[in-house]
Write a protein that binds this ligand. Sequence first.
Ligand code: ME8
Length: 516
Amino acid sequence: MSEPYYITTAISYPNGKPHIGHAYEAIAADAIARFHRQAGRDVRFQTGTDEHGLKMVQTARDKGVEVRALADEMSGLFKAMCDSLDVSYDRFIRTTEPNHHRASQAIWQAMADAGDLYLSRYEGWYSVRDEAYYDEKELVDGEGGVKLSPQGTPVTWTAEESWFFRLSKYQQPLLDHYAANPDFIRPESRRNEVLRFVEGGLADLSVSRTSFDWGVKVPGSDGHVMYVWVDALTNYLTGVGYPDDAATMAKYWPADLHLIGKDIVRFHAVYWPAFLMSAKLALPRTVFGHGFLLNRGEKMSKSLGNVTDPADLIARFGVDAVRYFLLREVSFGQDGSYSAEAIVTRVNAELANSFGNLAQRTLAQIFKNCNGGPPEIHGHDAADEALFEIVGKAVHETMPAAFGDLALSHATEHWIQAVYACNAYIDEQAPWALRKTDPARMETVLATLYICIAQLAVGIAPIIPGSAATLLDRMGIAPGLRNFTAIGSHWYSPLAESDFKLDQPVGLFPRLELPA
Ligand code: ME8
């Protein structure tokens, strides 16, 4: 039985269309999920939409549509975005699903049974945009004396009857948990932020609303719907069968990784573990807060008109170019910037000119000079050994270590260095010149490259799944061999069936152009 691995993204607010930040998170989670699948884990990967809360109600009102209709339409766009990005989710969850309401009510009941919920009155500064209350001391002054949350969103003074969660009770248990589990919050900078916040003391949390009814009903408390973050966080449990499907829960819970953006680390690393402790459920192993994507170094905002629709980027550059660029360029965990120029430069240099060209040169010679291949190794020398060593080390050691550590840009760096080594090898060995002088040696060189290219395609497949699969198809490498175990045990024999014949190779990565 392979070991389970449960990974989730944040669930997005479908109050507008998806933007490149949403795409980035989905792509990163997908690469991690695909890596673990290739490594033989039983992966469960969940993403979806967070459809309740005041923000949805207000957006629907502004647009003059029903909230449910807005949720249906926009959630569909998020799902379509994931599909167009080759995001291999197992479950796309919507918080308006009845089974999610059931799960949210079950965790609420468990927290009530623990004595952690009480009815009181709330007055405080509320940001509709963030769906969160803030302390006076956290606020900053905006233009014209407007008060803003630490995220820069406007807050208003709000008063209502509310259920409260005894968050204060969990200050010490949370600090103990962080101390005992250094990987619970990553990267280090976010962990430090959370530690400082919790050490500063935790006020009880208002967890119900009475001013609108678009949400999960609080059990036994007419007129109250749950604070949207209570039900949103519970999606991670709903997706693995809580509270009814004990077998699926036992298999996948606790989650291995909640991958989220840096702006919502507090919800995942403070509130969520406190809810879970209260409900006597295990805590996720890691909460990773990735950085933000900036458009040419600037924050994306509707007012600046620089919000990028991922569909436009895919249409312009292709899905794997976008995936590769984002995971290669941005040091995972930090903020990163993108621009059309940077995408074109990076993708042309590394995918088109280096890896694509390597594959094209090699396969074209096999097609022409080895009767369509696959070529055989006729004894090997130190140069072949050295190349196998470099490629094997990247694909089987340094890349998996980097993926396992969520250092996605390091994984691509190890990969491209191995690609460069193959290009240096083909130039030195010059198989085209061996055709007449030493055809057996030519075949060995091409076979060495063929095996290395197959290994490199498997290694990079989590990042560029579509292109890697196309290449492996063209090379005749059966789907059952496209994993680390199978590809690792085939070093010195051709991987394709011996009667396999290559077609005339065509370019894998078209050179990208900037619009005039
Ligand atoms: O926060 N760059 O939803 P959301 C990178 N519904 N990531 C970004 C980004 C950017 N420019 N902008 C947003 C929510 N994100 C809640 C989550 S989870 C139980 C509930 C990330 O649609 C953001 O950090 O505002 C979050 O992880 C995700 O996109 C969804 O953001």
